[in-house]
Design a protein around this ligand. Structure first.
Ligand code: GCV
Length: 705
């Protein structure tokens, strides 16, 4: 197998605006990150495609850093052994260490154990994927992997499936472009109706994904248009090529399909899920997919949502629809990810009874227990739509007999569109560690992992991807950290997001490549640690959400942008107050979708957490928050503070000039200028809007227009 370029190789021709002299930024796998491993004597033992990948990685690292890579056990001394448990005898003392590491039962399909004693580090796995993850763990540990003794420690992913959904279109969509909600250039898979066939780049992507723990991707947009529909049949070869490129990194390919496929591709008069001809069509189409891609992951479906076809057309429900596809996939071990993002997007803003937040629960909770085992109901983390702050979706606590996946958005649609620094791992960590049945009980991560209160196996995590053909992968170089952190939290949701950021910093900015490693670390923490909360401060206040500009595709402020639109109404501000009454007592009743204690906490004006107050309650501007501030003063204060923080971020970043790669520095500096401009616009529009509505002056007398 040939490895993708380490950092700036031939695959990247035409992408070079990085100043690296040849291509795509290496992200968290620069050659220098392999120095500790590559300068050692390494033995790789075992067979299989992924073990070959491990060996190739080791061989290349050793070639670059003076070490030695072996595949056969001899009498030669070794520093590191990466071995499958059944790979045959190992040299002492690795053999004894491997016995210790392996004690305690099977390590699983992706797990590994690591131990170190007498100057030898051993990574042991039962299956090739485990060895691959073990290798990248050693890379992450860096020099520490070869220092002192390490008692045997077992590692295994919390979630079996750790997936990224690309919203990439094959054709350039007239409104949404090549990548829907893409902020990093074009697609790495498709260009203007054709497969790009830049398979080196795809392999490099697979390698990055394996190194952070992602093991599945869906390669096209959930809004499936005419050309994209054909990926399932006539253009399956394009998907197979991607699957071939990603397989050596343990990444399985999934496909978004249209529910209307039997009609639009098969020429049938109906796509009714209970129609025998429709079932036969899906069975045959799916069989052909598996003939071509034997390890195909399955389908992703957005049905009866924002204009996509679905079972409602035939008077059927989502369980009927999902089970149809699941039945076709079952013989091959595939799964269908059926999205719970279903709501009425043709609402009348005058109608106060319709609440978009209620929709997913209202549609799906009654169907609990009706889905086949290989259906994963995929719910966005919050009840609305990836806002910077939302409560956890009540669907996640309402379907104990259904496999549930939590969906995040790594692409920053509502969080600054990769123009703004917004490190999202703290947000995801809050969601994953949230306990829907009360503190101390099972968490959202437990539900996704299958260790929640119900009998269902977990559906894992899914997230909308943020990469494109941009030389930095993600447009904003610091947005790479979001992709890395997503994979790491899917592997272990208990990780501290700031510790994950440290991992990313160590890998992406190895000490040997920067002028002042301590300054780099300190600056990146100063700029990134709190950047999600900073973003929250200068945008929509107190959980109200959605004050974004529709005209600019959800970028920048427009307080009333969605207030009178068919997509839903979000803040209800008038001269007296602001917020959405979602209580049972006087509002839409949404609080009743939560189990206790949250149902009561959110219902109660005094117990509701400040950051979600306006999501659940309509309150007067003078309402005193738990923080002691009034709502109106909080709006003013946070907006002034948010802008100040962005100005400080920009100031801090300037100190890295000449210390890090100039291309990275310049790109981030340019985006921080834009972030400051945009934050000022947010501050002034939001503050002015609420000042004009309420007539309440800022107690600190700052400029409001
Ligand atoms: C792919 C939001 C986005 C849409 C997206 C949709 C979804 O509404 O703005 O672009 O469509 O979510 O998640 O399906």
């Amino acid at each position: 197998m040939s490895l993708p370029p380490a950092t700036t190789g031939p695959a990247t021709a035409g992408h070079d605006t990085t100043g690296h002299g040849g291509g795509v930024h290496a992200a968290w796998l620069p050659p220098e990150a392999f120095a500790p491993l590559g300068s050692r004597r390494v033995l790789v033992r075992g067979d299989g495609m992924l073990v070959d990948t491990v060996f190739d990685e080791v061989e290349r690292a050793c070639a670059g850093h003076g070490g030695r890579a072996d595949r056969t056990a001899g009498d030669r001394e070794v520093d590191l052994v990466l071995a499958l448990r059944d790979a045959g005898p190992l040299p002492a003392p690795a053999a004894a260490l491997a016995r210790a590491a392996g004690a305690g039962g099977p390590l699983g399909a992706e797990g590994f154990a690591l131990a170190r004693a007498e100057g030898v580090t051993v990574v042991l796995a039962d299956a090739p994927a485990g060895l691959l993850y073990g290798l990248f763990h050693v890379v992450r540990l860096g020099a520490a992997a070869f220092e002192g003794d390490h008692p045997a420690r077992r590692h295994a992913p919390a979630m079996a499936r750790r997936m990224l959904d690309h919203w990439d279109n094959v054709d350039v969509h007239p409104v949404m472009g090549q990548v829907e909600r893409g902020y990093a250039g074009g697609s790495i898979f498709w260009r203007a109706g054709a497969a790009r066939r830049d398979l080196d780049r795809v392999r490099a992507y697979g390698r990055l994904l394996a190194a952070c723990g992602v093991n599945a991707i869906s390669v096209n947009n959930v809004n499936v248009h005419a050309t994209e529909a054909r990926l399932l049949t006539g253009r399956l070869g394009d998907v197979a090529e991607l699957a071939d490129a990603l397989r050596p990194y343990g990444v399985r390919v999934h496909l978004s399909v249209t529910f209307a496929a039997p009609v639009v591709l098969g020429g049938l008069p109906t796509a009714d899920p209970l129609d025998p001809a429709v079932r036969a069509w899906w069975a045959a189409a799916t069989r052909q997919v598996y003939e071509r891609i034997p390890d195909f992951g399955g389908y992703v479906v957005k049905a009866d949502s924002e204009g996509q076809p679905g079972p409602f057309t035939y008077g059927r429900d989502h369980a009927d629809g999902a089970n149809l596809l699941a039945e076709a996939l079952a013989p091959f071990g595939g799964v269908v990810h059926w999205r719970a993002f279903v709501y009425n997007h043709r609402q009348d803003w005058r109608d106060r009874s319709t609440d978009r937040a209620r929709a997913a629960y209202d549609h799906f909770a009654p169907l609990d227990g009706r889905f086949r085992d290989n259906v994963v109901v995929q719910a966005k983390f919050g009840p609305i739509d990836f806002q910077p702050r939302e409560p956890v979706s009540p669907v996640l606590a309402a379907m104990p007999a259904t496999r549930l996946a939590v969906e995040f958005q790594v692409t920053q649609e509502y969080t600054g569109q990769q123009q703004h620094v917004c490190y999202l791992a703290p947000c995801w960590s809050e969601v994953l560690t949230f306990a829907p049945w009360g503190p101390g009980g099972p968490t959202v991560a437990d539900v996704a992992a299958g260790s929640g209160p119900g009998p269902a196996t977990g559906g894992g995590l899914a997230a909308v991807a943020n990469v494109g053909d941009d030389p930095f992968w993600t447009g904003h170089p610091l947005a790479q950290a979001n992709l890395y952190a997503y994979g790491r939290l899917a592997w272990d949701p208990g990780l501290d997001p700031i510790a994950v950021l440290d991992e990313w910093i160590d890998l992406t900015f190895p000490a040997s490549t920067v002028g002042d490693p301590a300054l780099v670390r300190e600056t990146l923490h100063a700029v990134m640690d709190d950047s999600w909360r900073t973003y929250e401060r200068y945008t929509a206040p107190l959980g109200v959400g959605f004050m974004v500009s529709p005209a600019r595709h959800h970028y920048g402020p427009d307080v009333d942008g969605y207030e009178y639109s068919r997509w839903g109404t979000y803040h209800f501000a008038d001269r007296d107050g602001v917020g959405v009454d979602r209580t049972r007592a006087t509002g839409t009743g949404f609080t009743g979708q939560y189990p206790q204690p949250w149902s009561q906490v959110y219902e109660s004006l005094s117990d509701c957490p400040d950051e979600l107050l306006l999501f659940f309650h309509h309150v007067p501007y003078g309402h005193v928050l738990r923080s002691g501030s009034t709502v109106i003063q909080h709006i003013y204060d946070t907006h002034f503070a948010g802008v100040q923080q962005v100005a400080q971020m920009r100031q801090r970043w300037r100190r890295l000039a000449g210390v890090i790669d100039p291309a990275v520095h310049a790109r981030v500096a340019e985006r921080l200028d834009e972030q400051l401009r945009c934050a000022i616009e947010w501050r002034d529009q939001v503050n002015t809007y609420f000042f004009r509505k309420s007539g309440v002056p800022d107690v600190r007398g700052r400029a409001i227009h």
